[in-house]
Design a protein around this ligand. Structure first.
Ligand SMILES: NC(=O)c1ccc[n+]([C@@H]2O[C@H](COP(=O)([O-])OP(=O)(O)OC[C@H]3O[C@@H](n4cnc5c(N)ncnc54)[C@H](O)[C@@H]3O)[C@@H](O)[C@H]2O)c1
Length: 384
């Protein structure tokens, strides 16, 4: 599948050269992923810090302290932006101006309006844009999606998602941007879970949220919860904290990255009219005979592949750059998840319910016909 009208012919038959801007916590993982992808090499690092310079030396690639000079000298085939969130749009614009495809870390931006303009410009310029919601590249999410789509749990009626962990003070001290406005757990962490909720359960049409200010004195919340309404009629509850000691988060249950200890718990529970699925442990719960709370219910472990989603994402980015695949998480998709996060922030601040559907969802939930059709589908699934 082609990602658009970009001329990708000059890339045929040669390896791709990718550059990374921001070689911090996640940038280093991208560097490790590049090594694992055939026909792709790391050609440069942009990171003004001493640690960034040292990383470039260690990885034996040219080092730059600013993005435009790197683009000018190296003309890479693709750029990974893993810089602090507030830099994403400005640096993304520089990539677009040079016509270079970009993989931008999540969240797409710290400002919805700026992110919207950025995505529109990428679409207009026909420059490929992939947003780093890497969990979608995890085979277990592919399997969960397949099970839900194939009706294994019937109509999705409710979802519960928990994202609780304790980030130590040093996490904030080594990168002070993490203490500043716009970098709290709603923006940095919950956006991952929102992306997966949208992917697995459908578009979100309204949110009602509450948040508590950081007890450590940072500029953001340290606990938040939201009630979500989906356009198919499902209801969700989702909660995040970077200051709770707990085993219930994707990080500690998905076994995705060895720096996190693993637990045998799960982070999401998706409840349907015919069964329930917990994720990431992928356990399917169904009644053995008929749907009835007085009949036995049993758990089945769903078989799935395992592979590193960061590597899968990088291989996909290479395919996107070559024009062989369309972005799995496009700029538009990243924007929709950001719109939900923005609505959660607004609702937490105002105490009001915030409706989405202002153009950020394909099936505009304010469109009564579209909503009625979705509800009709849900009713049909429940009855069967
Ligand atoms: N996909 C994921 O699981 C995941 C995980 C962590 C972080 N993130 C996202 O990645 C981004 C970076 O987060 P992090 O925790 O790795 O941050 P970090 O602070 O560890 O790394 C950011 C790096 O960017 C560098 N930098 C600062 N200004 C720069 C500039 N102008 N040009 C180039 N480099 C510059 C810093 O020196 C630092 O090395 C954030 O948007 C975050 O939300 C995603």
């Amino acid at each position: 599948m082609s990602s658009g009208h970009r001329d990708t012919a000059p890339l045929a038959g040669r390896g791709l050269r990718f550059a990374i801007a921001g070689i911090g916590l996640v940038g280093q993982r991208h560097a490790e992923a590049i090594v694992q992808v055939p026909d792709v090499c790391l050609c440069a690092i942009v990171d003004p810090s001493d640690a960034g310079k040292a990383a470039a030396q260690r990885l034996d690639v040219p080092w730059y302290d600013d993005l435009p000079s790197m683009i000018h000298s190296e003309q890479p085939d693709g750029i990974i932006l893993s810089t602090p969130t507030k830099l994403h749009v400005e640096q993304g614009d520089a990539c677009l101006a040079a016509g270079i495809p970009v993989l931008v870390e999540k969240p797409l931006a710290d400002d919805l309006k700026a992110a919207t303009i950025f995505v529109e410009q990428a679409e207009k310029a026909d420059v490929a844009l992939l947003v780093g919601h890497h969990r979608r590249h995890n085979p277990l999410i592919r399997k969960a999606y397949e099970y839900i789509q194939n009706g294994k749990i019937g109509a999705v009626r409710a979802v519960q998602a928990t994202c609780w962990f304790y980030k130590p003070d040093v996490y904030f001290d080594v990168a002070p941007w993490r203490k500043q406005k716009g970098a709290g757990p709603i923006s940095v962490n919950l956006v991952h879970d929102i992306d997966l909720m949208r992917h697995l359960c459908g578009e979100i049409t309204s949110v009602q949220a509450q948040a508590a200010p950081s007890l450590r004195g940072y500029e953001n919340e340290d606990v938040a919860a939201a009630l979500l309404t989906f356009e198919n009629g499902a209801i969700g509850t989702i909660s995040v904290s970077d200051s709770i000691v707990a085993p219930w988060s994707w990080e500690m249950t998905a076994h995705e990255y060895p720096i996190y200890p693993t637990t045998s718990q799960s982070a999401y529970q998706i409840g349907g009219s015919h069964g329930a699925l917990s994720i990431p442990d992928l356990t399917l719960w169904t009644h053995e005979e008929k749907r009835d709370w007085w009949t036995p219910i049993s758990a089945t472990s769903v078989l799935r592949d395992t592979s590193d989603p960061l590597i899968n994402q990088m291989a996909h980015f290479a395919a996107v750059v070559r024009g062989d695949e369309a972005p799995l998480v496009s700029g538009r998709e990243g924007l929709r998840s950001l719109a939900v996060v923005d609505a959660i922030q607004k609702s937490a601040k105002s105490g009001e319910l915030v409706r989405l559907g202002d153009g950020h969802t394909e099936n505009d939930p304010t469109n009564a016909v579209g909503r009625a059709t979705n509800m009709k589908e849900t009713k049909a699934k429940i009855a069967n």
